[in-house]
Design a protein around this ligand. Structure first.
Ligand code: PMP
Length: 429
């Protein structure tokens, strides 16, 4: 009772101190005080399986990352206007994970800043002002990128030169060519811009379409839309904040599944495993006009501590074989979820790549009516079993499953059993 009381008080304090814009997860919010690997712990020492946090991608409080952070923090932390080797070593190492055409990297503290910078660079290079995003995209918090984030809700007024296109929803396409449909939407948006005298600057997409509902299949479906934008003089910006750093298993970056080399790539979340480290990778010829006319300085971006952390994160991804783990455990997890679909009619579709998995719940497999309330009950029911996930998509009926990449087969089995039990409970209720 003491704990419940304290938590009620914390909720009231949040509201009083932080104001009305913040949201908590779950009907019964979770209070955590410690993290390790895939586990989070509450004040009573109870463990919660984290099947959702793609920021702590190499595992919560990974000792190698924490050591690198503390070591550098104890020696020097300053900005990028002095010579320092950390930023160069990290830049070299990070760019080594990109195709050769992408040869410059700039550092920020958040994915939002990286996207905001990408927009400025795209405008400078193309002379255009028009941007195309998906119908439920999320690209961040600055005025410019929030104006490209329709997932913030109907109250979010999009930028005057921002146009939305339907997401490449392979489940609802029912056998239609997802890539051709997506490209047709992009071509319609480009034609609309042309009619209004707006020159296109870029198509920007999260390459796993996380907030739209997790769309990864079939690989290559993005190519036609990207070709259409380039033909019209615009750039392709790959927002890798969600899929980047090996999560999709087969590749380090989501765009690689589509056989594409973007003009600009934005990075964030898992880049610093929780430390605020983000960035932008560019083709040098695209960055030239911006870089020659304007200088760029980000007070905290690219500082020695951030770069030491980024380097340590890459060490862990490579040394612990986390991409291979994402591939293998992701496949095992999807197979288990598909088996659940044979027994639970609510499970309409299981999709994703590596350890980025979407499960769409529907009331009817013919009409595909979204099972919105059931999904909320499942997410909250799992929380009561101390398993943490969330839901996404236009009707909030798509489970978003993206655990730290150190997630094991045993962790996956624990999760599958809990989903099975909770679905049985919902079915019975
Ligand atoms: N792009 C995508 C696809 C994201 O999911 C997010 C964060 N949820 C951002 C950009 C913004 O990143 P940040 O919160 O670090 O500003």
């Amino acid at each position: 009772a003491g704990v419940a009381e304290r938590e009620r008080e914390m909720i009231a304090r949040r509201r009083r101190l932080l104001g009305p814009a913040y949201r908590l997860f779950y009907a019964n919010p979770v209070h955590v005080v410690r993290g390790e690997g895939v586990w989070l712990y509450d004040p009573d020492g109870r463990a919660y399986l984290d099947v959702y946090n793609n920021v702590a991608s190499v595992g919560h409080c990974h000792p190698h990352v924490v050591a690198a952070l503390s070591r550098q923090a104890a020696v020097l932390n300053t900005h990028t206007r002095y010579l320092h080797e950390t930023i160069l070593d990290y830049a070299e190492r990070l760019l080594g994970h990109f195709p050769p055409g992408l040869a410059h990297v700039m550092f920020t503290c958040t994915g939002s800043e990286a996207n905001d910078l990408a927009l400025r660079i795209a405008k400078a290079h193309t002379g255009g002002t028009g941007f195309i995003v998906t119908r439920l995209a999320y690209h961040g918090v600055t005025d410019a990128v929030a104006g490209m984030s329709p997932s913030l809700g109907a109250a979010m007024v999009l930028g005057a030169h921002v146009r939305t296109v339907p997401a490449p929803d392979g489940y609802r396409a029912r056998g239609r060519d997802v890539g051709a449909d997506f490209a047709a939407g992009v071509r319609r948006a480009l034609a609309g811009m042309r009619a209004e005298g707006i020159r296109p600057a870029a198509l920007i997409v999260d390459t796993v379409f996380s907030s739209d509902g997790v769309f990864t299949e079939p690989p290559g479906f993005l190519a036609a839309a990207v070709a259409a934008v380039r033909e019209a003089g615009g750039l392709f910006i790959a927002d890798e904040v969600q899929p980047g750093f090996g999560r999709t298993g087969d590749h380090m970056w989501g765009f690689a599944r589509h056989g594409l080399v973007p003009d600009l790539v934005t990075l964030g979340k898992p880049m610093g495993n929780g430390h605020p480290l983000a960035g932008l990778v560019a083709r040098p010829e695209v960055l030239a006009s911006f870089g020659e006319r304007l200088r760029y300085f980000n007070t905290f971006g690219g500082n020695p501590v951030a770069c030491a952390v980024g380097m340590a994160v890459l060490d862990v991804i490579e040394d612990e074989g986390l991409m291979a783990n994402a591939r293998a455990v992701g496949a095992h997890l999807r197979a288990g979820l598909r088996e659940l679909a044979t027994r639970h009619p609510l499970v309409g579709d299981v999709r994703g790549a590596g350890l980025f998995v979407g499960v769409e719940l529907v009331r009817d497999r013919d009409s595909l009516e979204p099972a919105t309330e059931e999904t909320a009950r499942l997410v909250n029911g799992l929380r009561e079993r101390r398993i943490l996930i969330s839901a996404t998509g236009p009707a909030a009926n798509i489970l978003k499953i993206r655990p730290p990449l150190v997630f094991s087969r045993d962790d996956a089995d624990l999760f599958l059993t809990a989903v099975d039990d909770t679905l049985a409970e919902i079915g019975a209720g």
